[in-house]
Design a protein around this ligand. Structure first.
Ligand SMILES: Nc1nc2c(ncn2[C@@H]2O[C@H](COP(=O)(O)OP(=O)(O)OP(=O)(O)O)[C@@H](O)[C@H]2O)c(=O)[nH]1
Ligand SMILES: [Mg+2]
Length: 369
């Protein structure tokens, strides 16, 4: 894959040039204002650079339009193009290599175009000396990070999410963490219908010597919350799987969330497709869920879904689960930890310092036009 940057006075002009040059299928990887907002730069990815240059109508047009007979005429022609912002560069420099690496990485993780644009544009703005640092800075800028507190919170923490997402294991992990830190925990499960729902959690709470209560409906949940309030340091509520696309399921869950002083946390599994993850997260965001806890980081290899879910729902990342073991099973999600998921080795060579360039496209590189 190769990258090409296009400059124009306006975004629509730049997009038109990209379309004319690379066709409708070009992947826009970054857009940014340059020259104090007087111009825009659009970076697009193409499969084969050679093809695009050969077929590029602007390239031909520019060559024909110029046809300069003398060096002076050539230079005047170049300046004319510069004034018209129609030049473009390929990305051969250090910055280009970093953009290319980040773009390839993001595409391998099946990140959708608009999310990719946000990340690369932001990474470009913060500087691109080092891919890991650039990605970390972009994540930090774009998404919210609110890890679970290691201290008890005044709100009961309720784990919600689709069936099998990892809610019960996450409840056990949370409870274990508090108990190991010396706090008293009360655990409630509303998953009383499904066979084995209570037993699964009971096995953990028994080991932790924590109180486990069953709530078959909202009244029972309210009663347990009232009784536990003040007698334990932290209340954790495990719920049964809810279908984010089923109105009745979501209404039922909304009622449970409204039973008391509760913070619902979405448990969402990694490795899902970006659209699916985003829709799931958006459904729960409508119920007022503000944080998500990704699970199964250890058995997923595509994390585009999680990033898309954060972008589309506006939810913050809380902790993540990356092991089926209960002890030490939750890790705070940070921008750097997210970057590790995308660029695991951190061995991405530090490239030479970022090449700053003007909107005119004069970079001393392979400027065509
Ligand atoms: N490897 C791994 N397995 C996990 C992780 N989180 C959950 N699991 C496994 O995924 C399966 C489902 O986890 P549960 O906690 O039962 O999921 P749930 O959301 O409570 O499921 P329902 O109550 O049926 O909706 C179990 O086998 C867990 O051990 C994780 O982070 N890593
Ligand atoms: Mg469960």
């Amino acid at each position: 894959m190769r990258l090409k940057s296009f400059y124009a006075k306006t975004m629509s002009e730049a997009m038109q040039i990209v379309r004319d040059t690379l066709g409708e299928d070009a992947i826009i990887v970054a857009t940014r204002e340059e020259n104090g907002g007087k111009s825009v730069r659009v970076t697009a990815a193409v499969e084969r650079y050679e093809d695009t240059v050969r077929e590029d109508p602007h390239f031909e047009l520019n060559k024909k339009a110029g046809s300069p007979q003398t060096a002076a005429a050539e230079s005047a022609h170049a300046e004319e193009l510069t004034r018209n912002w129609l030049q473009y560069d390929d990305e051969e420099d250090a910055e280009g290599q970093v953009i290319e690496l980040l773009t390839d990485t993001m595409l391998q993780h099946s990140i959708p175009g608009d999310v990719l644009d946000n990340i690369i544009s932001t990474a470009t703005m913060v500087g691109l000396d080092n891919p890991h640092e650039a990605l970390t800075a972009a994540f930090d800028h774009l998404y919210h990070f609110r890890p679970l507190s290691h201290k008890p919170t005044r709100k009961a923490l309720m784990l919600v999410g689709p069936p099998g997402a990892g809610k019960t294991l996450a409840s056990a992990k949370m409870a274990a963490r508090y108990v190991m830190d010396g706090y008293k925990v009360g655990v409630i499960t509303t998953d009383t219908v499904r066979a084995g729902g209570v037993e699964q959690l009971a096995a953990f709470t028994k080991l932790l010597k924590a109180d486990l209560r069953r709530a078959r409906n909202e009244d029972e949940l309210q009663a347990h919350l009232r009784e536990l309030d003040g007698s334990v340091d932290q209340i954790i509520v495990d719920t049964g799987g809810s279908n984010p696309y089923d109105v009745d399921d979501m209404r039922g869950l909304a009622k449970l969330i409204n039973c008391g002083n509760i913070e619902p946390v979405l448990v969402i599994q990694s490795g899902l497709d970006a659209e699916e993850s985003s829709e799931i997260a958006r459904s729960y965001a409508l119920l007022g869920v503000q944080r998500m806890l990704p699970t199964r980081l250890d058995i997923a290899r595509r994390f585009g879904g999680l990033i898309s879910a954060a972008q589309k729902s506006g939810m913050a990342f809380a902790d993540a689960s990356d092991t089926p073991k209960v002890a030490n099973g939750l890790t705070a999600v940070t921008p750097s930890m997210l970057s590790d998921l995308f660029l695991p080795s951190k061995s991405t060579a530090k490239t030479s310092s970022t090449t700053k360039h003007s909107a005119s496209g004069k970079r001393g590189g392979k400027t065509t036009g």
